[in-house]
Design a binder for this molecule. Structure first.
Ligand code: AMP
Ligand code: ZN
Length: 147
């Protein structure tokens, strides 16, 4: 991790940091001081884009709250622009955080994935049933961690 600017952490071994630095090309759709957005190289549906902070933070658990707020502020306009461009009524806004949660690039990023009825993308969602006996202590335990 290079420490040339502590306010904007940068990791030379990180592919997205290298895209931010311009040493790896991308199909850029939006850029400002805080974020960069570009087309995903392996789109799961047409119009699949990524939205990344320019600063290197691996996961949402490791990210500063202020940075997440800045990213969030930009998502509605980006999601509108993307879905309009591919004429889709819907989209996923996904953030995989950690390898066990399907994160393959360890630089925080949102996916915007346009969706339409009948498209070929399927997200497995094997819903279970909340264990009501355990729910109270689980909720309390999470609440304790927020203190
Ligand atoms: P995730 O599995 O959530 O970490 O997603 C990483 C995403 O980055 C995948 O959808 C990849 O297709 C995408 N990706 C990896 N390398 C590049 C690249 N050089 N340019 C654009 N997208 C990339
Ligand atoms: Zn990075």
């Amino acid at each position: 991790m290079a420490a040339n600017n502590p306010a904007k952490p940068h990791d030379e071994s990180c592919i997205f940091c290298r895209i931010v630095a311009g040493s790896i090309p991308c199909h850029r759709i939006y850029e400002d001081d805080v974020v960069l957005s570009f087309l995903d190289i392996g789109p799961v549906t047409p119009g699949h884009v990524l939205v990344i902070p320019k600063a290197h933070h691996a996961t949402v658990m490791a990210a500063p709250a202020e940075l997440m707020a800045e990213l969030g502020r930009r998502l509605p306009k980006l999601a509108r622009a993307v879905t309009q461009a591919v004429n889709c009524p819907a989209c996923h806004v996904l953030l995989n955080s950690g390898v066990e949660a399907m994160q393959s690039v360890a630089h925080l990023h949102y996916h915007i994935i346009p969706r339409r009825l009948g498209d070929s993308f399927h997200v497995p969602w094997p819903a279970g049933k909340l264990d009501t006996a355990a729910a109270q202590s689980l909720a309390a335990s999470i609440g304790e961690n927020l203190k």
